[in-house]
Design a protein around this ligand. Structure first.
Ligand code: SF4
Length: 420
């Protein structure tokens, strides 16, 4: 237990330093241009954020999202996105985009606008594999076929739970459970990968409640199930008054139950949270960008990372749109990481994808030594047992990611609260 505590404590320190460094550093547009133009002959990922959702918003949600009250808001937002996309197309001189991910919010809130964005991205970057997140409430009237006709490769459907008491506890406004299942079945086979998102670790969860949702998910035969731990930042306690982060011993029990259920239903972890059908091979929906060192974020609150450089866009749609109209860009904060911090960043994302890549280039001797040591330790741990069944190792990686993402959610909460 103490090793887990130590890991969690160390990650918290790293995350705090990173978030406070990022928040206190205003952007430098010239530096931004320099980094984007400096990407040479490389595959990078592109993330596009759609910040609107149907009302009521889910209480447990930590993403940057706003209720869509007027159709025109989405249209104005999309036209700013198109300008920002154009800027990146002009400035990403030698880089090629290897994958595009639409996250939110609810990207499927207006499918015809989504289609225009996809067409434009394809015209600039070619026929890149596209992943789209969705809320089943936007998929009730044949929209799945519309998405299929947009040639989307991977569809992710936010379900969160198949138990009404859990949905209520999360403050999630959902379709009836049976309707959600019908929508999932309708989507199966129409995309290369259908993923469903589930949440665990909410107040009142037990081994039984977590296993129940896992079994219901696997029985549907989806290609992939992502089990997110709930990760509210501390200041969210007002909207989630009974939320208490589970003690490690309790959480580990739930995680073990999840993993054992996963393996017994013919699935395996591709990351500590993402369970894929073994027969399917790896078709991972890579929300946490474990396959790329560098990624560009477009839209409200999106984060990008190129080498040592990390930036985040404005968090508030009106501010975002104003900034894009004026400068074609909407960066609100950016930071240049030291070599060690960057190596830690890259190692962590690589480990979360259950692999460890060699550094693209030797950043500095110290970070290379650090990288090699982690590589050695990781391989030793993996050789002790099949990585996909190694509960202590997977739990440790979960803990690191959860701590980092709670930090990211703190950043999002601050960004929304203070309209950065
Ligand atoms: S969980 Fe999804 S649908 Fe609910 S508010 Fe968050 S982004 Fe919107």
């Amino acid at each position: 237990m103490s090793l887990y505590r130590l890991l969690s404590f160390g990650t918290k320190l790293f995350s705090k330093k990173f978030i406070s460094g990022l928040i206190s550093t205003p952007p430098n547009i010239e530096r931004h241009k320099h980094y984007i133009r400096s990407i040479k002959r490389k595959h990078i990922a592109l993330y596009v954020h759609i910040p609107y959702c149907l009302e009521p918003l889910c209480r447990f949600c930590c993403f940057v999202r706003y209720p869509l009250r007027r159709k025109a808001d989405m249209i104005n937002y999309a036209s700013a996105l198109l300008e920002e996309i154009e800027w990146y197309h002009e400035n990403l001189e030698e880089a090629s985009i290897g994958s595009i991910y639409f996250g939110g919010g609810t990207p499927t809130i207006n499918i015809s606008v989504l289609g225009e964005l996809i067409d434009s991205l394809r015209s600039y970057f070619g026929d890149v594999p596209i992943t789209v997140e969705s809320n089943p409430r936007t998929l009730v009237n044949g929209e799945i076929d519309e998405l299929k006709s947009l040639r989307i490769k991977r569809l992710s459907i936010g379900i969160q739970s198949f138990q009404n008491w859990r949905l209520k506890k999360m403050g999630r406004f959902s379709l009836p459970v049976e309707e959600n299942k019908r929508i999932i079945k309708e989507a199966l086979g129409k995309f290369d990968t259908v993923n469903i998102d589930m949440v665990w670790g909410i107040p009142g969860d037990t081994v039984q409640s977590v296993i129940y949702d896992a079994v219901e998910s696997f029985k549907l035969g989806v290609d992939q199930v992502t089990f997110y731990p709930i990760m509210p930042p501390p200041m969210k306690s007002k909207v989630m008054p009974d939320y208490v982060s589970l003690p490690i011993r309790e959480e580990l029990k739930l995680y073990k139950a999840l993993l054992v259920t996963t393996l017994s239903y013919g699935y395996r972890p591709d990351t500590p949270w993402c369970m894929s059908k073994i027969t399917k091979g790896q078709q991972l929906i890579d929300e946490y960008i474990t396959e790329y060192y560098d990624f560009v974020g477009i839209g409200v609150s999106s984060i990008g990372k190129i080498g040592n450089y990390v930036y985040v866009n404005h968090f508030y749609p009106e501010k975002y749109i104003r900034s894009v109209r004026k400068k074609k860009l909407s960066v609100t904060r950016s930071i240049q990481l030291g070599d060690i911090d960057r190596a830690l960043f890259d190692i962590q994302s690589s480990l979360f994808g259950l692999g460890i890549r060699k550094p693209v280039k030797i950043i500095s001797t110290t970070s290379f030594i650090l990288w090699s040591l982690v590589h050695l330790l990781f391989n030793t741990l993996v050789s002790l047992r099949d990585i996909h069944e190694n509960i202590p190792l997977l739990y440790a990686l979960h803990l690191i990611q959860k701590t980092l993402y709670t930090g990211m959610n703190t950043l999002r909460e601050i960004g929304m609260r203070y309209k950065l």
